[in-house]
Design a protein around this ligand. Structure first.
Ligand SMILES: *Cc1c(COP(=O)(O)O)cnc(C)c1O
Length: 393
């Protein structure tokens, strides 16, 4: 296991372990103060007013769409180049995911394509841009479009904790959107085991998310609906709580929140190392005819979640499967991010066709994600570089 070089990996140190052990020994395991502390830390880090932690960003996506008011037969627009959860959560709400093609320079939602998609699907309830590989979308343009259509904007920032917008401010501050969501799956920027967080500047969305996260039970700040049952002689009954809407148990435990908060302290180091390694790869793969790294012009703002090469396999005389299998023999693991959502059988059955999104298809045909993570050493990185160059020559 030790000498395997995966495409991504978390990094846990003794501080993280001590923090978790302290929770296990001395504090609430769930619904305690570590949840609030992690939420406050993330809100402060990204510069948003509120943050709500949840069991995963997938459950967060479900709640975000609900908080946006997404209902049966509503339209939500997202990118085909994302993890399936971004679109699946629209299906949880019985809404219709509509896809819009990517820009071949950024791999993010293309603005012209988005405008055309909206002409064909007017009045989308929500737009969900995905900051692919940690590069922020053109949020100013997306906000302009949403201002005109009235769509709620939800940023899928699963790749982008610590990334910046073009104006230099932090992804997640919600200056261009209604909500931004992050994931703490171990392959993402920081690990909590599983976990997600939504940031927002809107108090109503914030309260709605808190209710949805915990069975739709009212918070103390909300007034009761059943006044006849809530009070005895005008004094609140000590046992009383009420369910005001249909919610879920999408809570994140204190154990996970403590780990997440401890990891957040290390995020600046994680980001710096990822940026260093990405630039080192850029150097190694520059000026090659059949191998093109993506995002080389965006190193100053990206969080570098993935390092992706676009390869002309045909010209290199090797298939992608052969390349991946040969690398695996050398104990180097790689992955493809992503097969477009619309290529999955479930989506094909719903009538979607990836041929409608030619740039996404083209990117999928060429892409390979190679190892990039905090503890990757320069020596290991050189092994990756040399192995790829030899196999592609
Ligand atoms: C990981 C990921 C998700 C889902 O996050 P989980 O916390 O694993 O549920 C959603 N969207 C994108 C783009 C992701 O990378």
């Amino acid at each position: 296991m030790k000498d395997i070089i995966p495409y991504g990996k978390h990094f846990i140190d003794q501080d993280d372990i001590d923090t978790v052990v302290d929770i296990l020994k001395n504090h609430n395991l769930t619904q305690g103060k570590a949840v609030d502390a992690f939420e406050e830390a993330v809100a402060k880090f990204v510069g948003a007013r509120y943050a709500v932690a949840m069991s995963s960003w997938t459950s967060g996506l479900h709640m975000a769409y609900l908080a946006a008011g997404v209902k049966k037969d509503d339209t939500v627009i997202t990118s085909p180049l994302t993890f399936i959860a971004s679109a699946n959560a629209a299906l949880y709400c019985n809404a219709k995911p509509v896809f819009t093609d990517i820009d071949s320079r950024t791999m993010n939602m293309d603005i012209e394509s988005l405008k055309e998609t909206i002409i064909k699907n007017p009045n989308p309830k929500a737009i969900l841009p995905v900051h692919f590989a940690g590069l922020a979308c053109n949020m100013e343009e997306i906000k302009n479009i949403s201002d005109k259509t009235g769509a709620i904007v939800i940023e899928d920032a699963a790749h982008a904790l610590g990334a910046r917008y073009k104006d230099g401010s932090m992804v997640g501050n919600c200056k261009y959107s209604d909500m931004t969501g992050f994931s703490f799956h171990p392959v993402k920027s920081i690990a909590a085991g599983e976990g997600g967080m939504i940031t927002t500047n809107d108090i109503h969305i914030y309260n709605k998310l808190l209710r949805l996260r915990s069975h739709g039970i009212n918070k103390l700040e909300d007034s009761f609906i059943n006044n006849d049952l809530a009070y005895t002689n005008d004094i609140q009954n000590p046992w009383y709580y009420e369910m005001q809407e249909l919610g879920y148990n999408y809570r994140l435990t204190d154990i996970q929140c403590a780990l997440g908060k401890s990891q957040l302290l290390k995020l600046p180091n994680f980001l710096q190392k990822r940026s260093f390694l990405a630039k080192r790869y850029d150097q190694a793969f520059s000026n090659l005819e059949n191998i093109k790294p993506i995002h080389t012009n965006y190193r100053n703002t990206s969080s570098h979640h993935l390092y992706v090469l676009r390869i002309n396999y045909h010209a290199c005389g090797i298939t992608r499967a052969e390349l991946m299998n040969e690398l695996k023999k050398k104990r180097i693991l790689t992955q493809v991010h992503y097969m477009p959502v619309t290529s999955h059988p479930y989506y094909r059955n719903l009538g979607y066709r990836t041929s409608d999104y030619p740039e996404s298809q083209k990117f999928y045909d060429e892409a390979i994600s190679i190892p990039l993570y905090y503890s990757l050493t320069e020596e290991e990185q050189d092994k990756v570089i040399n192995s790829i160059k030899i196999l592609l020559n």
